[in-house]
Design a protein around this ligand. Structure first.
Ligand code: ATP
Ligand code: MG
Length: 366
């Protein structure tokens, strides 16, 4: 029996080691029905292992995987209502598109007319009508990826696991397929668990994401939340570019800390303090490059939050201009401004003030 209020997937303190290597180390997650959920993290952090555990291809050392509220401890992979699309999508080269997509149904001895109808529906979903008779070698990379998706969708699983499905495609195609995937997931309403190490992809696609590192989950939340409020240094660094300034806490009042920089001049900076910090403690202040602005040093800054520096480098990137600003002896801050806006005239060598709002800067735990 499926519990109607249950989650599509619950990982309860799961652990999986391969010999001495702990691939997944105490991960707990609850993924809602119909959610587009991403596992995001660097190579080797345990993303594929987590998918394999959900699918039942890898056995757990500890913890439990629940699908629709039901423990899967004794449920073999082929009895789980889950399909997987692997990075190497491994289409059968000697079969046509239609045969590839219908393969699973033929194995399960579905009737010829049922297979035809289901394959037709699946090819509709991935917009591949007219290609039924072709073989994989006669398709583009993006089309092959669609066949792999159709082959998984034809079974109408309640959960679809996707392991870096777009990694083999070039950038343009990857962006197109990204939009397709999002549309498809909305249309079919299936729960997607999507593995990627590409933060843009995770940001564009997911309702929520889990950022993983060394077999553990560092943070879970909607993309904008994770980006705007990274809970620690690893997440801030992994999700988008950010500036770090080492500081010492002087005082904390109503969630805002007054700090003193360490090693980069002796400026006083205010920042939001979400983590618990006591006066005297060392911390790291984080501020995104797009939240920092440059003004010539000669202009008064009032009591604005910021540091004095010298522009070391200016790089034109089309839509934006990126500045590297040297502050203190060895620290550098990156500032990104829209081209034509902000301080477009500032050249390397210029003495500047680098300013940002207190609300755009955060103290992080390490
Ligand atoms: N079959 C295996 N035998 C031994 N070690 C393994 C095995 N599979 C994975 N590992 C190890 O477990 C850790 C996690 O691997 P996993 O494949 O889950 O990482 P990943 O996040 O998917 O990485 P990538 O982004 O490179 O695909 C790594 O250290 C890896 O070397
Ligand atoms: Mg992997």
């Amino acid at each position: 029996m499926t519990n109607p209020v249950s989650h599509a997937i619950e990982l309860v303190d799961i652990r999986k080691a391969y010999g001495d290597v702990v691939a997944v180390d105490g991960v707990s997650l609850a993924i809602a029905h119909g959610e587009f959920f991403s596992l995001l993290g660097p190579s080797g952090c345990g993303k594929t292992t987590t998918l394999r555990v959900i699918a039942g291809f890898a056995t757990l050392d500890a913890g439990d995987v629940r699908l629709g509220g039901v423990s899967t401890t004794h449920v073999p992979p082929h009895r789980r209502d889950v399909n997987t699309v692997f990075q190497q999508y491994a289409l059968f080269p000697h079969m046509t598109v239609e045969e590839n997509v219908g393969f699973g149904l033929r194995v399960r001895k579905a009737s010829r007319s049922d297979i035809r109808a289901a394959v037709g529906d699946a090819l509709d979903m991935v917009r591949l009508h007219g290609c039924e008779g072709r073989r994989p070698t006669e398709l583009s990379g993006g089309q092959q990826q669609r066949v792999a998706l159709a082959r998984a969708l034809v079974n109408r699983p309640s959960v679809l696991l996707l392991d870096e499905p777009l990694a083999a495609l070039d950038l343009k195609l990857r962006q197109e397929m990204r939009d397709e995937l999002k549309r498809l997931q909305r249309e079919v309403g299936i729960t997607f668990v999507y593995v990627t190490h590409d933060q843009d992809e995770a940001m564009a696609l997911s309702d929520r994401m889990a950022v993983m590192n060394g077999g553990r989950v560092e943070q879970v939340g909607p993309g904008p939340d994770v980006y705007e409020h990274p809970s620690n240094r690893f997440v801030a660094d992994f999700i988008g570019a950010t500036n770090f300034v080492p500081v010492q806490v002087l005082s904390v009042d109503a969630g805002v800390a007054l700090t003193q920089t360490v090693g980069v001049g002796a400026a006083r900076l205010r920042a939001q303090a979400r983590v618990h910090l006591a006066p005297g403690e060392r911390s790291t202040l984080s501020v995104r490059p797009e939240h920092v602005r440059l003004v010539p040093r000669s202009e008064p800054t009032g009591d604005a939050n910021g540091l004095a520096g010298t522009v070391a480098d200016r790089t034109y990137l089309g839509a934006t201009v990126e500045y590297r600003v040297r502050v203190g002896d060895e620290a550098e801050l990156v500032v990104v401004e829209p081209t034509g806006g902000g301080s477009g005239q500032v050249q390397p060598g210029a003495d500047v003030s680098v300013l940002w709002s207190v609300g755009d800067s955060w103290l992080l735990s390490d």
